[in-house]
Design a protein around this ligand. Structure first.
Ligand code: UD1
Length: 416
């Protein structure tokens, strides 16, 4: 890409990756055909579809469209192999539904990934509270119930999104009531709860830090539309500010992005709500803004790299504190190749804004870092090449065509 153009125009946001993957796993809870709408056409969804097929489901994905149909058999296979789990850590979310349906599950341990050492201890402890026996053997988590799972009180040490999803998807078919305290409140968790309720589950406290699940005997298939992707919407908002452009983000939910949009206003942007989303416009160079990532409704860690990119060209200096993932600053060394002045110390990054970045070859290290590097490239002098964009494909639909439509000089090239 060649930096320097303002982004101007409309862009439409699809369903959230972090919701769609879990909704697909939730389909496993009911034999029959579940239809999911507004599923983003991204790499991770294709990996999840493949995983469900290996478990015995028939999955059809409309070519270039957003409807996914999952036909779940009465009898499921219960193994999720390493070759898929290593491609996508979120595969771990089949653990809960498989134990609930089959009484057993074997899911490869995800291990660490490019954004740090992400454990599964909270997933395991939660399932154990429900009466599931979980062991790690030969790189697999083996989960088994001798009799029916029983509801329990679970206090989470940390409001883990993934652990809560697994616990929820097991608890809906357990006997009795499960209470999850210190539960995460992310819109994607709420979306999953709503789909489960649509399938016959009984869940109270949706959107709060205490979820109460009363187990039912059986769930039924459902038709459900995925919540809008707040991280993609936020990425477009940051892109508008960095390029001093004017972008209308459609089919987005500004209420899911309050903290990030407020930061952009502090940086000098104008944010206006529209009937189906919001519009962001910016004149002049943004001011630096401090950011501290926290569980929802705090500032999302998945927008942290994009805000480091913004601060890299802002007026002034900002402190960015990452509280969720320990490896998330790895991309900073790539950003430095573009001339950014960023100093990291543990989970803090001090970013001193420079007036111009200068184009260079860089490498995407994970999906959000990849997005952050593209944003930086859009405001860098000359040519920037971002390698390994398959990371970006994991979470962004039509990223390059959408950027082109907004006026960016960018193209995707295949390299042998
Ligand atoms: C999900 C999202 C990710 C987002 C994150 C936080 C998906 C596919 N990914 O990740 O994009 O950034 O929520 O909003 O939905 N932890 C443990 N033990 C556990 C589980 C988690 O120590 O058993 C730690 C992790 O290492 C991390 C923190 O808790 O430091 C947050 O993890 P969690 O909320 O579980 O995030 P994910 O579900 O992995």
């Amino acid at each position: 890409m060649v930096g320097g153009t303002r982004l101007v125009g409309d862009v439409t946001v699809g369903g959230a990756k972090n919701s769609a993957l879990k909704l697909m796993a939730a389909a496993l809870l009911a034999p029959g055909k579940t239809t999911l709408r507004r599923v983003p056409d991204i790499l991770d969804v294709r990996v999840m579809a493949e995983l469900l097929r290996r478990l015995g489901c028939e999955v059809t994905q409309e070519e270039g469209g957003s409807v996914v149909e999952i036909d779940v058999p009465e009898k499921l296979r219960h193994q999720a192999d390493y070759d898929l789990v290593r491609r996508m850590r979120a595969s771990i979310c089949v653990l809960g539904p498989l134990v609930a349906r089959c009484g057993q599950a074997e899911v490869a341990l995800p291990g660490g990934d490019a954004i740090g050492s992400r454990g599964v201890d909270l997933h395991v402890a939660g399932l154990e509270r429900l009466g599931v026996d979980v062991r790690a053997e030969h790189g697999y988590l083996l989960a088994r119930t001798s009799d029916a799972m029983r509801g329990a009180s679970i206090w989470l040490d940390f409001p883990s999104v993934g652990a809560t999803e697994n616990i929820l998807m097991a608890a809906v078919l357990a006997k009795g009531t499960t209470v999850i305290d210190n539960a995460p409140r992310e819109p994607e968790i709420q979306d999953l709860c709503r789909m489960l309720v649509g399938m016959g589950a009984v869940i109270d406290g949706i959107g709060s830090a205490t979820l109460e699940v009363t187990g039912v005997e059986r769930m039924h298939p459902v038709e459900h539309a995925t919540v809008s992707d707040r991280i993609v919407a936020g990425t477009w908002a940051v892109a508008a500010v960095m390029t001093q452009g004017e972008v209308r983000v459609r089919e987005a939910v500004p209420g899911h992005l309050e903290m990030a949009l407020d930061k952009l206003v502090t940086a000098g942007a104008r944010v206006e709500l529209t009937f189906d989303g919001f519009e962001v416009s910016m004149e002049g160079r943004p001011h630096a803004v401090d950011v501290v990532t926290l569980p929802y409704p705090g500032f999302p860690t998945d927008l942290q790299p994009q805000f480091i990119a913004l601060n890299a060209i802002a007026e002034g200096a900002a402190m960015v504190t990452e509280n969720l993932f320990d490896g998330r600053f790895r991309f900073v060394q790539e950003l430095r190749r573009l001339g950014a002045q960023v100093q990291t110390d543990g989970h803090h990054a001090l970013v001193r804004g420079v007036p111009r970045l200068s184009g260079a070859p860089v490498e995407a290290t994970d999906v959000r870092a990849g997005a952050g590097l593209v944003l930086a490239g859009l405001v860098a002098d000359g040519l920037t090449r971002v390698y390994d964009v398959s990371h970006i494909d994991r979470g962004y639909e039509r990223f390059v065509p959408d950027l082109q439509a907004l006026g960016a000089i960018i193209q995707r090239v295949e390299i042998d």
